[in-house]
Design a binder for this molecule. Structure first.
Ligand SMILES: *Cc1c(COP(=O)(O)O)cnc(C)c1O
Length: 372
């Protein structure tokens, strides 16, 4: 039986094999793995793509959030507002710098942080908001920026799932003080190992993060350490691979969106709710997410038909054992909890054919009818 993976990293590699192999061989032959022209070239191209003055390659998406917080001077005793419907890394980065995550429930439709609920969560300790552009759907950024401005808060955008998503004609990652990207292998722009980037147009922040990602090392004297930093520079091998993949990103984004629209068309009038793609935004979709009631039964049935489905994410963060000390309880964020029970991600990648999608939807709607 043919199988239908969520993403197809092997086909993606094969589609650019020659260029990727050449990039890898070039780095190995140069034997130059750290900082330098390969990294700078990727950073320039990525900054141009997002529309910021600077980009800094870092070790991972998690590191990009942590470094942003450190560069903004956020730490012990501070609070940072974010969504409970995200990958654990968003909260982990806040805790890693000694600050406390404060969750605000999501909008029931977009599943992104609800700007109307942010005001009530602001205290004297609040220093920043981290909106997460979940699944590649841009947050409603304008009201978030307005609240931040009024309350003198920083905005750190978590763009780990939204490489190239646009909101009112501008790319996410260009609105906040910094934009944080993950290039984890399965992300829309993926390296072959852990990797990430920070975008910013603020020169001071750019300089601070340059220090913080590399042991606080002075540019003029490598044995002089100016601040306590991290081992967090994106290595040249991954930067060179990412530069090759970046050339295809616009095409990849377009193909994913057209497949999402085709899913929506196939699902309209069925038992299954299609994904909501808000107007005024051009999402760069990381995953295609439907909402279903009897999810476990559906997922099992799809697995029997060799169709992989994912869950992003099955547990709202405020109910994670590792975040228990924050003191939240069941019922605190009802929209996030409901979404965590219902969301199901279907295969979405640039190699998916219309026929593949028709097959996936026929199996899905069959199972949904059985499990009404
Ligand atoms: C993947 C992801 C991260 C973390 O990125 P890593 O590169 O795995 O460290 C952070 N936030 C969100 C929303 C993510 O999806």
């Amino acid at each position: 039986m043919k199988s239908y993976p969520l993403v197809d990293l092997r086909q993606e590699y094969l589609s650019q094999k020659k260029e990727i192999d050449m990039a890898i061989a070039r780095i190995l032959n140069k034997a130059s793995f750290f900082l330098g022209e390969e990294l700078e070239k990727f950073e320039k191209e990525f900054a141009r793509f997002i529309g910021t003055k600077h980009a800094l390659g870092v070790a991972s998406g998690t590191a990009s959030i942590k470094l942003s917080l450190q560069a903004l001077g956020i730490g012990r005793g501070d609070e940072v507002i974010t969504t409970p419907l995200t990958f654990i890394a968003t909260a982990e980065a806040i805790i890693a710098v000694g600050a406390k995550p404060v969750f605000v429930d999501v909008d029931g439709e977009t599943l992104n942080i609800d700007p109307n609920k942010i005001g009530k969560a602001i205290s004297n300790e609040t220093k920043a908001i981290i909106p997460v552009h979940l699944y590649g759907i841009p947050c409603d950024i304008d009201p978030i920026l307005a609240i931040a401005k009024k309350n003198k808060l920083y905005v750190i955008e978590d763009c780990a799932q939204a490489h190239g998503s646009t909101y009112k004609g501008k790319k996410v990652g260009s609105f906040g003080d910094t934009g944080c990207f993950s290039f984890y292998a399965a992300k829309l722009l993926g390296a072959y190992g852990d990797a990430g980037a920070i975008t910013t147009s603020n020169k001071e922040l750019y300089k601070k993060i340059s220090l913080l990602r590399n042991h606080g090392r002075s540019a003029a004297n490598k044995n002089l350490h100016l601040v306590i930093g991290n081992t967090s520079v994106l290595d040249s091998l991954q930067a060179a691979i990412l530069a090759v993949k970046l050339r295809r990103i616009k095409e990849n984004i377009k193909k994913r969106l057209s497949r999402a629209l085709y899913y929506n068309k196939l699902l309209s009038g069925t038992e299954v709710e299609p994904m909501i793609l808000p107007s005024g935004t051009l999402p760069s979709l990381y995953v295609y997410v439907i909402r279903v009631k009897k999810r476990a039964a559906l997922k099992n049935y799809l697995a029997k038909k060799k169709i992989s489905a994912g869950i992003h994410f099955p547990i709202s963060l405020h109910l994670q054992p590792s975040l228990k000390s924050l003191g939240y309880k069941k019922g605190d964020f009802p929209f996030s909890e409901k979404a965590a029970k219902e969301v199901l991600s279907l295969p979405l990648h640039q190699f998916l054919t219309k026929r593949n999608q028709e097959y996936i939807v026929s199996k899905l709607t069959y199972a949904a009818n059985l499990n009404k």
